[in-house]
Design a protein around this ligand. Structure first.
Ligand SMILES: [Fe+2]
Ligand SMILES: [Fe+2]
Length: 445
C-alpha cells in the first residue's frame, strides 16, 4: 500500500474534533468488545485525554466530544478482535447460496485466487479493523450488502480489466469500506420513512468524501481504493454525487464500485434479472457502455427469474405522480420564460443545468411508453402483465430517484444564492421533488 497523500485536494483531512455519530457508534462497539487507544490521545492544548492501551468505555463520548484533538481519534484505535475473515466468508457463502445472480459474478479465478479466497486472505491494520468493526456494529444489517458489493466489484473488475491484480484486490477492499463515511452521518437520516431535508442531504451526500478520508488516514488504503470510495456514487453522465463528476473524471474503480452497488441492491429482489436489465436500459449513460455490456455475458448462465404473483395497486398513482412532477416543472419553466424573469449568472447556470437534466429524464420516461400503461394493461396476457409491471416499477423507481436527485442538487445550489433568488428557485425544487400542491389536486381530479 502506498503512503497516505495528505495533499490530495479532493479528499480533505479528517476533522480533529471527534464526530458525535462516530463516537456514539464507537461507544456502542466498546460495550460489547474490547477497543483500546493504540497511542496516547492528546487535546490540542496538550491535555492527555487517553493513555496508550487505555480501554475505550461507553463514557468516552463526554470525555472527548468537546475537545479538538492533535490527531483524529479514529487513527488511534485498535480493537482486540481484528478482522474476522471467517465470518466475512460465511456471509459471502450465505449470500451466494441465496442469490443465483450473485453467483454469476463470482465464477472466476486468477491462478489460485478465487473471490472467497480474496476475502479469506484480507489483512488490515488494527485501526482499519476497528473502523470496519464500528461500521458493522453500527449497522449490522448492511454487512451482507458490503460483502455483496465486494464480490460483485471483483467480478466486474476481473471481466473488465482482466489480469489487473491490483484493481481486483482494490475492489474487494473498497467494497467492504465503501460506506464507512456513513459513520459520520446521523443514523436517523437512513431510517425508513424519514423525509430528508436539504441540509440533511448535504450531510449524507458527503459520506463518500469522509469514507475516502477514513480510507486514507485510518485504514491507509492506496489511492486506487480511496478514489473508488470517493467516486462510488458518481455517474459518468454527471448525475452522481458528491461532486457530479463526468466521463473520465470518474475513476475506473469508482465506476466499478458504483455499478456493483446498484447490482447489489437488485440481486436480492424478486425478478432481479429483469430489474437489472430495465435499470440499465432506461437511462443508459450512467456507466461506461463496455462495462455495462459485460453484464449480459456474466449473467448468461444465471437461471431465469421466477415469476411472482404480487400485485402493485399503487402503480397507477405513482405513474400519475411522475406526470404531475413533470407537468409542474414544465409549468414553472414556462412561467419564467413568459415573464422574462432575469436571474443572476449563478442562478441562470443552475436553472440551465437542471433543465438539461430534467429534459433527459423526461425523454427517458417518454421512451418507456408508461403514458399508455393503463390503456395497454387490460389487453395483456397474465405473463405479459407480470413482466410489464416489473418493468414499470423499475422505471418508476429510477425516474423518481432521478427527479429527486435533480431537486436535491438544485437545493444545494440555492443555498449559495441570495435569499430572494433562492426562494424563486425553490419552487422548482418543490416541483421536481413532488411537493407542489398541484400534484395532489391532479391526483384527486
Ligand atoms: Fe452502499
Ligand atoms: Fe454510499
Amino acid at each position: 500500500m502506498s503512503p497516505p497523500d495528505p495533499h490530495d485536494p479532493a479528499i480533505p483531512a479528517l476533522p480533529t474534533q471527534a464526530n458525535p455519530h462516530f463516537l456514539r457508534a464507537l461507544s456502542s462497539l466498546a460495550e460489547e468488545t474490547e477497543v483500546q487507544a493504540s497511542e496516547d490521545v492528546f487535546a490540542q492544548n496538550g491535555t492527555k485525554l487517553l493513555a496508550r492501551g487505555a480501554r475505550i468505555t461507553p463514557g468516552l463520548y463526554e470525555q472527548i466530544i468537546n475537545h479538538r484533538l492533535r490527531t483524529p481519534l479514529e487513527t488511534s484505535l485498535a480493537s482486540a478482535e481484528g478482522l474476522d475473515t471467517a465470518a466475512l466468508c460465511r456471509v459471502a457463502e450465505q449470500a451466494l447460496d441465496e442469490t443465483p445472480l450473485l453467483r454469476s459474478f463470482c465464477h472466476w479465478s486468477q491462478g489460485r485466487v478465487t473471490p472467497l479466497g480474496m476475502l479469506e486472505h484480507l489483512h488490515f491494520s488494527p485501526q482499519a479493523c476497528t473502523l470496519l468493526a464500528v461500521a458493522d456494529r453500527h449497522s449490522p444489517a448492511n454487512r451482507p450488502h458490503h460483502v455483496r458489493v465486494a464480490l460483485i466489484a471483483m467480478g466486474l473488475a476481473n471481466a473488465w480489466r482482466y489480469n489487473d491484480a491490483h484493481l481486483l484486490a482494490s475492489m474487494g477492499v473498497a467494497g467492504l469500506f465503501h460506506d464507512v463515511g456513513e459513520l459520520y452521518v446521523d443514523p436517523a437520516l437512513s431510517q425508513r420513512g424519514h423525509e430528508i431535508s436539504t441540509r440533511e442531504w448535504m450531510a449524507f451526500s458527503a459520506h463518500p468524501i469522509i469514507g475516502a478520508a477514513l480510507a486514507r488516514e485510518v485504514a491507509k488504503l492506496d489511492k486506487l481504493t480511496q478514489a473508488a470510495i470517493l467516486d462510488h456514487h458518481e455517474r459518468i453522465d454527471g448525475f452522481g454525487y458528491p461532486r457530479a463528476r463526468r466521463r473520465a473524471e470518474v475513476s475506473v474503480g469508482g465506476q466499478i464500485l458504483g455499478l456493483a452497488e446498484m447490482i447489489s441492491a437488485l440481486v436480492s429482489r424478486e425478478q432481479p434479472r429483469q430489474h437489472l436489465s430495465v435499470a440499465l436500459k432506461i437511462l443508459p449513460g450512467e456507466f461506461a457502455p463496455d462495462l455495462v455490456s459485460l453484464i449480459g455475458a456474466l449473467c448468461e448462465d444465471c437461471p431465469p427469474d421466477t415469476p411472482t404473483e404480487s400485485e402493485e395497486s399503487d402503480m397507477p398513482d405513482d405513474i400519475h405522480r411522475v406526470f404531475a412532477r413533470i407537468a409542474a416543472t414544465q409549468e414553472i419553466y414556462a412561467n419564467w420564460q413568459t415573464s422574462n424573469y432575469k436571474f443572476s449568472p449563478a442562478a441562470e447556470s443552475a436553472t440551465h443545468d437542471v433543465f438539461e437534466r430534467f429534459i433527459g429524464v423526461q425523454k427517458a420516461f417518454a421512451s418507456t411508453g408508461m403514458d399508455s400503461f393503463e390503456v395497454i394493461a387490460p389487453l395483456l396476457s397474465p405473463a405479459e402483465l407480470r413482466e410489464a409491471r416489473v418493468e414499470a416499477r423499475c422505471v418508476l423507481n429510477e425516474i423518481f430517484w432521478r427527479l429527486t436527485r435533480i431537486a436535491r442538487e438544485l437545493a444545494l445550489r440555492c443555498m449559495k444564492l441570495p435569499e430572494g433568488e433562492a426562494q424563486v428557485l425553490m419552487q422548482l425544487v418543490d416541483a421536481l421533488a413532488g411537493k407542489i400542491c398541484a400534484e395532489d389536486s391532479k391526483l384527486a381530479a
